[in-house]
Design a protein around this ligand. Sequence first.
Ligand SMILES: [Zn+2]
Length: 136
Amino acid sequence: MRLHTSSALGSVARLSGLGIHQADLLEELRLVSAQRIVRKLCPNCQGSSNSCKTCHGKSYLGRIAVHEVLPMSPQLRQAFDHLDNVETIKSCARSMGYRTLHEEAQRLIDQGLTDLKEVQRVLGSSCDLMTNLAES
Ligand SMILES: [Zn+2]
């Protein structure tokens, strides 16, 4: 079972909230992923020139995906199963290399592939892990 939503971890909590039996859900779930597409900064001007011929002053050229992937593990299933608090689930996910969409986006910003303005436009400020879990 693959699930695509706004936040990988949040979607697990949300599905549980829909009345799907949690044990069944966790048994079926192998991988949860979320994806957003952001515009790439122009490689020529890095968005800093209005007269750039490469991007025609638009600052961006092409698109790139931001991925958030959460592989389920026995430990994580157990954390959800026992309805552990958000911090427990989060640290468990983190120990498996889980990073939020915002963290993945930050990595792209660090690499100069996109900028904060674009990330905020696409991701907004409400789709991080904590917010999603809290709203579920
Ligand atoms: Zn340009």
